[in-house]
Design a protein around this ligand. Sequence first.
Ligand SMILES: [Zn+2]
Length: 313
Amino acid sequence: MPGPQGFRIGFDVGGTKIAVCVLDEAGNYAFKTEIATPRNDYATFLQCAAEILKVAREAVPGAAGATIGVGIPGEIDVVANTVKNANSTFLIGENLETDLERAFGQKVRLANDAQCLIASEVQDGAAQGAAVAFGVILGTGVGGGIAINGEAWRGNNRLAGEWGHNPFPSRDGEIIGSPCYCGRNNCIETVLSGPALVAAYADATAGEAAQLPEIEAKVADGDPVAREVLSEYIDHLGNALATVVGVLDPDVIVLGGGVSSISSLYRELPDRVSAHMFHSAPTAPRFSTPIVKSKWGPDSGVRGAARLWPLPR
Ligand SMILES: [Zn+2]
């Protein structure tokens, strides 16, 4: 249960850094810090996590009994209770939940980074008040997470919303995606990640290298190639999101990750989702779901981790 003053502690374990915060009941930071991730050394990682928790508890009087949520760039195998699908490979196969509980001396809740994003955004961010919200991370990887009635919905297999490794939708057998690190081909992630967009621009320009901010600037300047590449990307994103609408039909879709900073996404994407939605009537389909940018950006991971536990009602 949450501590007596409603403090909740979040850990966001990334490939390069671990962010840690203590949120008070109103969502303000009572404590926040970052440390470098001790990659490739699981024992040191556990030791560092315990030490930074001690620092956080000492810094915030009243946080001693606070709940602890942990966001990881991966999933928990519900059969073996070990980490899988993590791009921080030192975590793979480890019994992380149990080991952290031993290191911390209390229960923890684990979720992937996209589940944390939407847990954060639905509680005091861009999806605040939505009954059903879908969050998407369009970054180095692509992930999704669902929140229902204000809380992350992790699912029976802890995979709820994890649509980045579903196959990219195709109507005529054309394979848009490419081989994925997960071992399969044509994952949505291989079409919609930030690196995929950068690669598409390089392909279209016969190798001209441009990163996301440059591509966005070229689009704003009217560069026809950049516009075409981004337009195709947005159509692909609309296609992939139409499958989410067909299953979940959320009240709001929140975009996070590096690609989410491209402002024209929000103008053009609704029409592209609509174009791929199910409709057989002569009228155009109605797609009125807001698609919005994450309010908390990179902080949504650590804030959402803290919010994997509810406040007392
Ligand atoms: Zn994959």
